[in-house]
Design a protein around this ligand. Structure first.
Ligand code: WTA
Length: 633
């Protein structure tokens, strides 16, 4: 597509134009998509409340752009290439025409269940083609999808269903992941038993075929209502600013919030960034290893690739099953051209040993990508040398659930790379660094908090049901700026290097988890009086979770208690939030006003107790010594 930049010179001139005339620039990009009705204004915005509207008055349907538009030119090309968990099972190839028909059938089935425009639909599904199909089916009829990662607990699922009053849940019987067979439907049953009054129907995909319990009042089998539907379903005419989806993500306080993205802007941004960052060429196989339960899967497994007519590989399994060579085996088997994964996976596979990469033909690879957390130098070089054989550019893509798509990244093969640097902003993106007082930091070789000065089409519009929370979290910290929550450095070439979160959000194996969320879960344990959770550097996960816990009395069997705590966290949030280290303490260092001194706890968790600062003004300086002595390594 002609919105693809081809040289570094062109990037620089397009970038300049995009800052001088953002509306002209984005209008030019948006013209590459199909609109039923043109927009009346490209952009209306102010960050104060915030109120951001892209392509106002325009009408379109994102699935028309993902599917119908391609039928004439590439109806027989593979759209979704599905690789099962078990390498012995057959891969599934859905062409654009087949995907189109499946999406229409599923959309008609959803309609038959009484779901229509504006209704919220929750997904709690493994990585199967039906997850992508179901998401697109919602978008087809204007229903709002809310995908919940299928590793979350029943409690987390119920909270998310209730926050946005979803009308239906789509799930499978079980989830085959590595050696495990996870009872997905059971978790949905448990969530509903906790009380989800808005749910009218549960649509269940038979996937592994293992038996499930059944409630005929709400449960409906996918195979009973989808296959017999018509393979035509006219796309609902959507307003550019109609809601496309909600995706829950963790913040520094309280419960996860529902980030809202809208149809027109998200479409333009996901499509544009996919094409430019990965420099996708017609006919190539693109593999993003994320789960559709996270934003990366939304934008770069489903929407971005399909908007560009790409072949998107969707993998059901895990990197280490049946062995640590699986990723490379899949790359070889399906001749993957572009491979996009997270540093935590790279580090884990690097630790497993180079022998797993050897013996696989990786010559099809052309571009490598990284996302989700800072990539350390060692992992970058291993990825570059062992996987890319020194010839594939690496795109270190920085972005967030709230940004809808990539904001800072090299363009593959175009932007000169610097290991560990996400490098330069994409056209239309205006980053800046600010100090604690909110003053913009100019110049090179500086560090500060990363903000955006100007909106882009994929920016968050609101947090579902609580607009004030959106304002507070992203737009109130610094006047007239979107605050990312990340700290960053900018060097003499204007390159950005992301340092990490400056708020109480941890990044564990690339998953965003709030310290407050984990504390709340730990505090549910009847023996816990108080707790404090901090992140600490972890060789594979990037960050690990360190929990300081005050109990209601002496703990006789520490190992048993720790197990219990892990079970509590798994029950409330899910296994991804389990602490790696638990330290039982008699008190937490607090200021005289009762605020927990997290800085001290973080240092101790990092194993750096040399310079804890002045602790004499604390309410309880004596506990610092106790915690230092008892620190876990
Ligand atoms: C972090 C994932 C360094 C960052 C797309 C951000 C990164 C958070 C990078 C968002 C990167 C993401 N380098 N850090 N290339 N990409 N992050 O919402 O802290 O799950 O704020 O979106 O991940 O996580 P989220």
């Amino acid at each position: 597509m002609s919105y693809r930049i081809k040289t570094f010179e062109e990037y620089k001139s397009v970038y300049k134009k995009s800052v001088e005339d953002p509306e002209g620039f984005w209008a030019g990009v948006a013209e590459h998509f199909h609109w039923n009705k043109p927009w009346k204004s490209v952009l209306e915005w102010e960050f104060k409340t915030p109120n951001i509207k892209w392509f106002k008055g325009g009408k379109t349907n994102i699935t028309y752009n993902c599917l119908d538009r391609h039928l004439k030119t590439r109806g027989d090309q593979v759209a979704i290439l599905w690789e099962p968990n078990n390498p012995e099972d057959d891969a599934i190839r859905l062409t654009y025409r087949q995907l189109y028909e499946e999406v229409c059938r599923t959309a008609n089935a959803l309609k038959s269940l009484g779901i229509g425009k504006g209704d919220r639909v929750c997904f709690y599904m493994p990585m199967v083609p039906e997850l992508a199909i179901g998401v697109l089916a919602c978008a087809r009829i204007g229903a709002v999808h809310s995908v919940v990662f299928a590793g979350f607990s029943a409690q987390s699922l119920a909270d998310r269903i209730n926050d946005s009053a979803c009308k239906a849940v789509l799930c499978s019987d079980f989830n085959a992941r590595g050696n495990k067979n996870i009872p997905v439907k059971k978790v949905v049953d448990d969530a509903l038993a906790m009380g989800c009054p808005s749910i009218e129907k549960v649509l269940v995909l038979r996937h592994t075929g293992d038996p499930v319990s059944w409630n005929a009042d709400v449960d409906v089998w996918w195979h009973d209502i989808v296959p017999n539907q018509s393979a035509e379903c006219p796309p609902e005419q959507m307003d550019a600013e109609d809601m496309l989806f909600i995706l829950y993500t963790s913040g520094s306080t309280g419960k996860p919030k529902g980030v809202v993205h809208t149809v027109g802007g998200y479409m333009v941004f996901a499509g544009y960034t996919f094409s430019n960052v990965f420099q996708y060429n017609e006919g190539e196989v693109f593999w993003c290893t994320a789960d559709v339960g996270w934003i990366t899967g939304h934008s770069y497994i489903v929407y971005g690739p399909l908007l560009n007519g790409a072949t998107s590989l969707m993998f059901e399994g895990v990197p280490t099953f049946p062995d640590a060579g699986r990723f490379w085996e899949v790359c070889e088997k399906h001749k993957v051209n572009i491979f996009y994964t997270a540093p935590t996976a790279i580090r884990a596979l690097m630790a497993a040993g180079d022998e797993w990469t050897e013996g696989h033909d990786l010559s099809s690879l052309r571009v490598l990508g990284s996302v989700g957390e800072p990539i350390n130098s060692e992992a970058w070089h291993w990825y570059h040398d062992k996987i890319g054989k020194g010839r594939c550019p690496i795109v270190d893509t920085w972005w967030q659930t709230e940004t809808g798509g990539i904001l800072i990244s090299p363009l593959a093969g175009i932007t000169p790379m610097k290991p560990t640097y996400a490098s330069l902003p994409l056209p239309g993106i205006q980053p800046c660094l600010v100090d604690a007082s909110g003053k913009e930091i100019e110049g090179d070789d500086v560090e500060g908090m990363l903000c955006m000065k100007f909106p882009w089409p994929g920016i968050i519009r609101t947090t579902y049901g609580d607009h004030e929370r959106c304002r507070q979290t992203y737009f109130a910290t610094f006047e007239d700026k979107y605050f990312t929550g990340d700290g960053a450095r900018r060097d003499e070439d204007g390159y950005y290097r992301i340092i990490g979160r400056v708020d109480d959000v941890m990044n564990v194996s690339g998953h965003r988890i709030g310290t407050a969320e984990v504390e709340n879960a730990i505090n549910e344990n009847p023996h816990v009086v108080e707790s404090a959770v901090v992140g600490f550097p972890h060789e594979i996960k990037g960050q690990g979770i360190y929990a300081y816990v005050i109990t209601d009395g002496p703990v006789s069997d520490v190992a048993k208690f720790e197990k219990e705590l892990l079970a509590t966290v798994t029950r409330i949030i899910g296994p991804i939030a389990k602490p790696d280290m638990i330290q039982i303490v008699s008190g937490l260092p607090k200021t005289r006003s009762g605020k927990i001194m997290r800085r001290i706890l973080r240092k101790i968790a990092e194993g750096d107790t040399s310079n804890l600062g002045d602790t004499s003004t604390l309410l309880n300086p004596e506990v610092v010594e106790e915690i230092k002595v008892g620190a876990r390594r």
